[in-house]
Design a protein around this ligand. Structure first.
Ligand SMILES: *[C@@H]1O[C@H](CO)[C@@H](O)[C@H](O)[C@H]1NC(C)=O
Ligand SMILES: *[C@@H]1O[C@H](CO)[C@@H](O)[C@H](O)[C@H]1NC(C)=O
Ligand SMILES: *[C@@H]1O[C@H](CO)[C@@H](O)[C@H](O)[C@H]1NC(C)=O
Ligand SMILES: *[C@@H]1O[C@H](CO)[C@@H](O)[C@H](O)[C@H]1NC(C)=O
Ligand SMILES: *[C@@H]1O[C@H](CO)[C@@H](O)[C@H](O)[C@H]1NC(C)=O
Ligand SMILES: *[C@@H]1O[C@H](CO)[C@@H](O)[C@H](O)[C@H]1NC(C)=O
Length: 502
């Protein structure tokens, strides 16, 4: 944990609208908001970055025959990865065997429905058409690995593009990859669409490979993809971050907020705003005149983890880093609550019902589900406090406060459920997930049954069930209430009432 540190010398942020960069850009909307807060910013075309881009072109499939014949095709040496931490499997292999479909309970959550044909359709999906939708596997031990690259560059672009880091001699893909390994046909265009903005800093930079963001989803993706890897990586550089000799890279406002919430001083954070994803957004290349310290998940013994092509239906193929969330969640919650001075919870045992509270993707009978919950708790003579929460992003600490005492968390798939990161290990989860019909036509990636279980990450929870909502004749979404009640009763039967009543 980064200790609470006061009295840091104020660091003068150079806030540049990068006027000289703008001239190079094509007139896209993204231009104006591409603010960069970096200590040292050199905007002149720069050889280190040029070399990086040149090498990307040579390594891509559109390197021309001339380059190859000329022997100029780059042959980067791999980086030296060292294990910084080992994690046991989230679940023991064979611990959750479902006779109908072995993937259910492992890579896919357990669905609750009274309708056998609905259940059968789910099993056909999880063990048939979607069987390798996720290649992540919670029965695998994992490692956190780090490598250093001297005088190297990396591209920064929003999810889901590849990230590569290299210097003149060494280089590797940090997140997804092009070429034989992944079967992806990449061109230099994939890294350099529109103009590339090189940023060169005279700092040691600490960067995690899952620096992702999506429009309007910065909050949940900072929680899902950034916070835990950043936490693990920063632990190895505690002193350097605190004395300012290493800076942690963050590329979205919530990533920055979360690092600060952990207690990281502002001047330990290298802030680069890469903007929201647009196919034609300018891509950035970050170069360090010193070292890039890179973090990525590794398999047992630190080996690189499997990946699959992602431009097909299996776009969730590499969520390995999400397993870290459930390994270090207690450490993260402790660090944040300690830094914020939150008191230890006096009693635990809330049932947290997360309401959507937004016009986006409303579930029409959500209130009925809430009152059904209240009735079921009363009928069972349960003393847990039922709280219904309208998660507002601004109340980050408030959401942590609510989550960390939860016995059961209930809610529709959506941003608020990303707060599960702060729920205790023994908490139960009831998630509402949609059918393919409900999701038809939605923007984004909406496979049926889309759940926070995500390739096995949810297996870390003691009790995790999903219940379906579907579209009615008018297209409104409705939760299968009797199925929901069944799931709730199953949790009530599994979890004993608390000893002390209020
Ligand atoms: C080979 O490389 C040299 C130097 O970079 C260049 O001048 C020449 O045109 C290249 N030849 C081919 C066939 O691309
Ligand atoms: C069960 O689900 C199927 C779709 O999977 C649906 O066609 C059928 O009407 C449902 N049966 C009942 C009794 O709800
Ligand atoms: C590239 O980085 C590697 C790993 O840190 C280092 O060994 C190598 O000397 C660097 N190459 C150059 C040209 O700086
Ligand atoms: C690279 O870019 C091309 C053209 O935009 C696209 O068709 C292809 O899918 C991209 N490949 C990857 C791996 O992103
Ligand atoms: C910061 O701390 C590290 C680790 O203790 C040390 O090696 C380094 O010299 C320090 N740098 C500065 C600028 O104080
Ligand atoms: C409810 O639980 C309390 C204490 O756990 C007990 O005293 C009371 O008799 C119970 N009431 C009913 C109706 O079961």
């Amino acid at each position: 944990m980064l200790p609470l540190m006061g009295g840091f010398c104020t660091w003068l942020l150079v806030l540049l609208l990068a006027a000289s960069i703008q001239g190079e850009r094509t007139g896209s909307e993204a231009t104006g908001r591409q603010l960069m807060q970096v200590k040292v910013l050199q905007v002149a075309p720069e050889t280190q970055a040029q070399h990086f881009l040149h090498q990307l072109r040579l390594e891509s499939w559109d390197a021309d025959v001339g380059d190859v014949a000329n022997g100029t095709v780059a042959q980067s040496q791999p980086l030296e990865w060292r294990m910084v931490r080992r994690f046991p499997p989230l679940v023991s292999p064979g611990g959750r065997v479902n006779p109908k479909c072995g993937n259910v309970g492992i890579r896919f959550p357990q669905l609750i429905s009274r309708n056998q044909s609905t259940m059968d359709a789910f099993y056909r999906y999880a063990c048939g058409s979607a069987a390798d939708f996720f290649i992540t596997d919670p029965t695998l031990a994992m490692t956190g690995t780090m490598a250093s690259l001297e005088q190297g560059c990396m591209n920064l672009q929003p999810w889901p593009d590849m990230i590569r880091a290299s210097n003149r001699t060494h280089g590797e893909y940090l997140y997804r990859s092009c070429g034989e390994r992944s079967g992806e046909h990449c061109s230099a265009q994939n890294f350099t669409a529109a103009k590339v903005t090189p940023i060169t800093v005279d700092e040691d930079v600490l960067a995690v490979s899952s620096l992702r963001s999506l429009p309007q989803m910065d909050y949940q993706h900072a929680l899902l993809d950034f916070l835990a890897p950043a936490w693990i990586a920063s632990n190895g550089f505690r002193k350097e971050l605190l004395n300012g000799s290493v800076k942690m890279l963050a590329v979205t406002p919530w990533q920055i907020e979360m690092l600060k919430a952990l207690g990281m001083p502002e001047d330990a954070i290298l802030q680069v705003d890469i903007g929201e994803y647009k196919a034609d957004s300018p891509k950035l290349v970050l170069c360090s005149k010193r070292s890039l310290h890179l973090f990525r998940p590794g398999g047992p013994e630190g080996r690189r983890l499997p990946e699959l092509p992602f431009r097909d239906s299996r776009s969730y193929s590499d969520f390995w880093h999400r397993f870290f969330n459930w390994q270090v969640r207690d450490e993260i919650t402790h660090a944040i609550t300690t830094f914020a001075g939150l008191k230890e919870p006096s009693a635990s045992g809330d049932i947290v019902f997360l309401q959507r509270c937004t016009d986006r993707r409303p579930i029409a009978n959500e209130q009925e589900a809430l009152s059904l919950t209240r009735t079921a708790l009363t009928a069972a003579n349960r003393s847990e406090l039922l709280t219904s929460v309208c998660g507002s992003r601004e109340d980050f600490l408030e959401q942590i406060r609510e989550m960390r005492t939860a016995r059961l968390v209930i809610g529709a798939h959506g941003g608020a459920l990303a707060n599960l990161l702060f729920a205790p290990k023994n908490a139960g989860v009831l998630e509402f997930v949609g059918t393919a019909a409900a999701h038809a036509g939605l923007a984004g990636v909406w496979p049926p049954y889309k759940s926070y279980w995500y390739g096995g990450a949810g297996a870390a929870f003691k009790f995790y069930r999903v219940v379906l909502y579907d579209a009615d004749a008018e297209g409104n979404w409705a939760l299968e209430l009797p199925d929901y009640e069944l799931a709730l009763q199953e949790w009530l039967a599994t979890e004993k009432p608390l000893q002390h009543t209020v």
